[in-house]
Ligand binder design. Sequence first.
Ligand SMILES: Nc1ncnc2c1ncn2[C@@H]1O[C@H](COP(=O)(O)OP(=O)(O)OP(=O)(O)O)[C@@H](O)[C@H]1O
Ligand SMILES: [Mg+2]
Length: 260
Amino acid sequence: MSDAMIEVRNLTMRFGGLTALDNLQLDIHRGEVLGLLGPNGSGKTTFFNVLTGLYKASAGTILYDGEEVIGKTPQDIYRSGVARTFQRSRLSLPLTVFDNIVIGDYQHMGHGLVFNLFRRRAFRAEYERYVEAVRELLAIFSPPLVGRLFEPVETFTMIDRRRIEVCRALMSRPRLLLLDEPSAGMTHDETHELMDDILQVRSKMSDLSVVLIEHEMNVIERITDRCIVLNYGKKIAEGTYAEITADPDVQTAYLGEEAA
Ligand SMILES: Nc1ncnc2c1ncn2[C@@H]1O[C@H](COP(=O)(O)OP(=O)(O)OP(=O)(O)O)[C@@H](O)[C@H]1O
Ligand SMILES: [Mg+2]
């Protein structure tokens, strides 16, 4: 079997006259941490949205273990092992850590929590299974959160909220985790702590592939195995951190943004 878990070929996504992804070709390898870089508006989030089934590509293919992803529902893709976090937090602040993690998973799994409320014994057993599963996950990802499972999210710091979102994505035990700017709004130190956690998860879940959209270059340098740079929806560079930062096209793309 090839190294590539995901193979993206000729992928194009148009919104009216705007081409957000332009004939994109890339692979995501098993077990790697891949950095996805590019100036604002270069198509990074759009790529996640197409890969997770939120948007249907205008053209091209995405193979996941050789099987076409485009045309599948977001639920099917989630169930097949692709999970994500969003650029803007999607936590419900008044609800507890547990509720947020479980509701996220239930929504994607598509079996209704309300329906189960009418089957109280089944619900009880399922509820306890969930509590156990959430505790296990938090114990790996963020042990201090285990004791605060039933506290509302609004009482947590920014970094803990981000940890909760990552845990929610991990509930499905994904094979591919997509993180959209997890460091947004955090301090330098918090960002590095969160990256430590992500490296920790990866060491415990050795098959897990991670795609990280991130603007902070020192984070990219520290945790990625490989990087891909987008500009105007096209791949302009691919390689190690050292390779892509030395690339003149990448330098121009970022300088162009600063000048603008
Ligand atoms: N649903 C949509 N409808 C119309 N245009 C969209 C939509 N989603 C994204 N776009 C456009 O597609 C382009 C790529 O946007 P995208 O959000 O993928 O960029 P990005 O690389 O994630 O940027 P950022 O770093 O700012 O998050 C932008 O020009 C954006 O305005
Ligand atoms: Mg984005």
